[in-house]
Design a protein around this ligand. Structure first.
Ligand code: ACO
Length: 325
């Protein structure tokens, strides 16, 4: 039996030039490098320049993914962009990237699942490809999260950074087995009852401004490890594969302790987990594609490797995607 598969054909990442270290942060809020590293593993974050908006970061990552795939923007049928920090309330930031890439056809739209956004976008794009409605889709996670931080709240402002990552998906064929290349299985969840654990206290329909991040850190932490381990299990269910078959865990980069806790619960060796949170903090929807593009570029993730991507974020939302390169 021949089936359509979404092949991960190109990877790109972009981090703004400006770096803010923990010591830099300690000059503006009551914190220290020692506290931040011990509780989160974060050493620094990148901050978008004043004249950069989310679409600019997304454009750079998209260009890099197209170059990596040897593709031209003219072949792209669709852009699915995950962000919680769009350039404007409307239109979709994806349409600005579409224009910047010189695309004059196809569809471009945003998805909003905060830190799980890239997993939601990837699953959406995969379904368009599997349905035969697209041959080539750019999936982007991009954020200027530092624009919605309360820089007087040390419990949140130390955790986040700006960045973008992108993957070009191309339609391919497989035999329907879980040895195929491409996206093999995805699971998505939301639970709106957990809204108050993590949200931005604004929006066009409530305060007419974007608001700032509010978080119950301890509660989020507890939810994260349990839900992430469970959703990885669900994504493997029915595939005949288990964690010992997975070459690389590519998690959402929220916090080193969440990464370690989840890996331990899954029985995944630390050296098989891609960890980039120290260098760019939590970049929300950008963090999974940034980690992925980093590990592909440095040769850790190789063609044929089985990878498990997972994320959790505000909503609450959580999800995972299993793919073979
Ligand atoms: N620097 C110094 N001290 C701080 C800081 C800081 N930046 N932030 C908080 N503290 C203090 C608190 O005021 C408190 O002091 P007190 O005991 O005198 O009252 C003390 O540190 C402990 O505070 P807690 O909030 O209980 O610290 P905790 O150990 O829970 O760590 C943290 C906080 C790092 C936020 C943790 O709860 C966490 O990682 N939560 C997950 C949150 C997360 O990753 N969110 C990202 C989005 S969701 C996602 O992506 C999965």
């Amino acid at each position: 039996m021949t089936v359509r598969r979404s092949i991960l054909a190109g990877f790109g990442g972009y981090l703004p030039e400006r770096v803010m270290t923990n010591d830099d942060l300690a000059k503006i809020v009551d914190t220290s490098d020692e506290w931040i590293v011990e509780r989160t593993g974060i050493r620094q974050r990148h901050i978008a320049a004043d004249d950069q908006v989310t679409s600019d970061l997304a454009f750079e990552a998209a260009k890099a993914a197209l170059t990596d795939a040897g593709a031209d923007a003219a072949e792209v049928d669709m852009i699915v962009l995950a962000t919680a920090t769009p350039d404007e309330t409307f239109p979709a930031t994806a349409t600005k990237v579409q224009h910047q890439l010189g695309m004059t056809r196809g569809a471009a739209f945003d998805v909003q699942a905060v830190c799980t956004g890239f997993i939601f976008a990837l699953a959406t794009a995969d379904n368009f490809i599997k349905a035969g409605q697209a041959e080539s889709v750019l999936v982007i996670g991009a954020e200027t999260f530092t624009r919605i931080l309360d820089w007087t709240d040390r419990s949140t402002c130390v955790l986040f950074g700006d960045g973008a990552g992108a993957v070009l998906l191309r339609a391919g064929e497989g035999d329907g087995s879980f040895q195929d290349r491409g996206i093999l299985s995805s699971t998505l969840h939301s639970d709106g009852s957990k809204h108050d654990l993590l949200y931005a206290d604004g929006g066009p329909s409530t305060t007419q401004n974007a608001g700032v991040v509010k978080m119950e850190g301890r509660q989020v932490f507890k939810q994260a490890v349990t839900n992430l381990a469970a959703v990885v299990g669900e994504t493997l269910d029915g595939t005949g594969l288990d964690m010992s078959d997975v070459d690389w865990l590519v998690p959402h980069q929220a916090n080193r302790r969440i990464l370690d806790g989840t890996a331990k619960k899954l029985g995944m060796a630390a050296e098989k987990v891609v960890i980039t949170v120290g260098e760019h903090a939590n970049t929300s929807a950008a963090s999974v594609p940034l980690a992925l593009s980093t590990a592909v570029a440095d040769g850790r993730i190789k063609p044929g490797d089985l990878i498990m991507m997972e994320a959790m974020g505000s909503g609450m939302t959580w999800g995972a995607s299993l793919a073979r390169l």
